[in-house]
Write a protein that binds this ligand. Structure first.
Ligand SMILES: Cc1cc2nc3c(=O)[nH]c(=O)nc-3n(C[C@H](O)[C@H](O)[C@H](O)COP(=O)(O)O)c2cc1C
Length: 193
């Protein structure tokens, strides 16, 4: 698929088959993340790829538990791929995905968050290229701010100076793959003088 076509085809998937992705594909997706643009060329973003569905489910539940619903705006995120915002009965913020990559950035670095999301975007594009579905997930910071979450950080040897910024879910879309989402008009101005 040509790159622009692939970008338009990519959708956030929230319904996954019970099928793990291959290590070979995972390595390519990780490599795409490692080659993302990064502030000052510092390559600060760290990743933990959790290739175990049970652990993914446990962290996904922590991700929902920390969500502050009082700060949500808007209605449906997606009719075909409902999010935890759309459906409060969903118990895991990782939607049954077989694996998740956790992206960490320094606590005290101005571009820590943009770095992590650039990394995430590279990863979801490479995943799409490989025929693997994905979804970028927020609330990295809050997800691990509890005793269970802290235990994972310790187990993974995450430096004290780092904090989780976001997640990338990976797996295979269950059911129909959603259609391209129409774009809102009037969001871009080209100036030539
Ligand atoms: C910064 C950011 C945070 C996001 N956080 C979540 C999230 O926590 N949960 C979720 O289900 N989707 C999340 N998404 C996915 C968006 O909901 C999704 O990209 C958006 O609805 C557009 O749909 P599409 O990706 O299918 O085009 C996030 C996307 C971005 C860029």
């Amino acid at each position: 698929m040509e790159l622009l076509e692939l970008m338009k085809y990519r959708r956030s998937i929230r319904k996954y088959e019970d099928r793990q992705i291959e290590k070979n594909d995972l390595n390519k997706i990780i490599e795409a993340g490692l080659f993302a643009p990064n502030a000052g060329g510092g390559q600060r973003c760290l990743m933990v790829a959790v290739h175990n569905k049970d652990t993914v489910e446990k962290i996904g539940r922590l991700n929902v538990a920390c969500m502050d619903r009082s700060r949500l705006v808007g209605s449906y995120v997606s009719k075909e791929q409902p999010s935890i915002i759309d459906d409060p009965t969903i118990k895991s913020g990782f939607y049954g995905a077989p694996m998740v990559c956790v992206l960490f950035g320094p606590k005290n670095f101005l571009y820590s968050i943009p770095d992590a999301f650039c990394c995430a975007e590279n990863m979801v594009l490479e995943a799409t290229n490989l025929g693997i579905s994905s979804c970028i997930i927020a609330r990295g910071e809050e997800t691990f701010a509890n005793s269970e979450g802290e235990a994972y950080l310790k187990q993974w040897n995450i430096p004290e100076t780092y904090i989780a910024r976001c997640f990338v879910l990976l797996g295979y879309c269950k059911g129909d793959y959603p259609a391209e989402k129409p774009r809102k008009e009037g969001r871009c101005l080209i100036v030539e003088e």
